[in-house]
Design a protein around this ligand. Structure first.
Ligand code: NAI
Length: 334
């Protein structure tokens, strides 16, 4: 009987898992706070490992002598030592397709709400006294159709965002060196061949790349300074791609008009928090209505959680019980 260990099993019953696995699979379920909380005997028995939030190091993997496959119950796999898994012959899979529409919708919602001034009006109308009953003239508020919408990373989510941004009338351009030629033509959007080429034209910049050694810190002061004056920056991908100190400087100087962040470099934030987050929490006046932070929740709704649960089970079943593994992350991939 194949044994699958869930390191974080939050569900009240096994109904969905049993529909996928049948009863010939032994499930070990924990709702642990980290890999080190898992009992040795359970690790020793597991052929499949399901992880959600936990970091998995080489030392953690050494506790799993029978392990054949790991499923990261989500898209990103940056918390997992894939080289160590590969060295032990352990297959690593992710679940790439659970929240594509949700994250795309969230990115668009942040862009539209910032550019229509919703956060600004919301904050200023409930000041004491409220601001005047009239529109506010600010670089933040602009017509969508006069703006170029720059996308970094034209994968699943980036593509879904491109389609949405097009429908709102933006001139959409992407930068993604790994997409084949013609991706722009297929979608009817523009392509920048360099990051700088994208940045210098992006009135809106939305980040949808994976976190890799190449994209970590990809948007620093030099890069963000290349955006046209009054740009809006949205990150629903991974926090370490943007240097928050640089973003804070440019927001403070008014060169960037607004930002929406669903992800930040250290999650959850720990003290001392970055200056930008401190100013946001302190409701500093200069930032009013110009910065929105959501707690890595762009994917979240009950339907997406249902997809994660079922698709993760299907993925480990394909890896361990079937003959056609899916969503395999090879060690060479970033
Ligand atoms: P994907 O793998 O389909 O697309 C990522 C794209 O980034 C690929 O096309 C790849 O070629 C591109 N890329 C890689 N290196 C690049 C570079 N140096 N410059 C430009 N592009 C580069 O991934 P998917 O599913 O579209 O996810 C996108 C991002 O969203 C990931 O960072 C993922 O972790 C994040 N995410 C965030 C969620 C949230 O709740 N905030 C939920 C799900 C995913």
């Amino acid at each position: 009987m194949t044994t699958i260990l869930y390191s974080e099993f939050p569900y009240p019953d096994e109904s969905v898992e049993r529909e996928v696995y049948g009863h010939e699979v032994r499930l070990i379920k924990h709702l642990s706070g980290g890999m080190d909380e898992l009992p040795d005997e359970d690790c020793a028995a597991a052929e499949g490992l399901m992880i959600f939030r936990h970091h998995v190091t080489e030392a953690d993997l050494a506790r799993f002598p029978k392990l054949r496959a790991i499923v990261r119950m989500g898209v990103g796999y940056d918390r997992l030592d894939r080289a160590a898994a590969a060295a032990r012959g352990v297959m690593v899979c992710n679940v790439p397709d659970y929240g594509t529409m949700e994250v795309a919708d969230s990115a668009m919602a942040l862009v539209l709400a910032l550019r229509r001034g919703l956060f600004l009006y919301h904050e200023t109308q409930r000041n004491t006294p409220p601001s005047e009953w009239k529109p506010i003239t600010t670089p933040l508020i602009r017509r969508m159709g006069v703006q170029t919408f720059g996308i970094i990373g034209l994968g699943r989510i980036g593509t879904a965002v491109a389609l949405r941004a097009k429908a709102f009338g933006f001139n959409v351009v992407f930068y993604d060196p790994y997409r084949p030629n013609g991706s722009d033509l297929a979608l009817g959007i523009g392509r920048a061949m360099t990051l700088d080429g994208l940045l210098e034209q992006s009135d809106v910049l939305s980040v949808h790349a994976l976190l890799t050694p190449e994209t970590r810190g990809m948007l620093g002061l030099r890069e963000l300074s290349m955006l046209p004056p009054g740009a809006v920056v949205v990150n629903t991908a991974r926090g370490p791609i943007i240097d928050l100190a640089a973003l804070e400087t440019l927001l403070h100087e008014g060169r960037i008009a607004g930002a929406g962040l669903d992800v930040i470099p250290v999650e959850p934030p720990v003290e001392p928090v970055p200056d930008l987050l401190r100013a946001y929490r302190a409701k500093e006046k200069w930032l009013e209505g110009r910065l929105v932070i959501t707690p890595h929740s762009a994917f979240h709704n009950p339907e997406a959680w249902g997809d994660i649960r079922r698709k993760s089970a299907e993925t480990i079943a394909a890896a361990l019980l079937g003959n056609r593994p899916q969503n395999v992350i090879s060690p060479e991939m970033f």
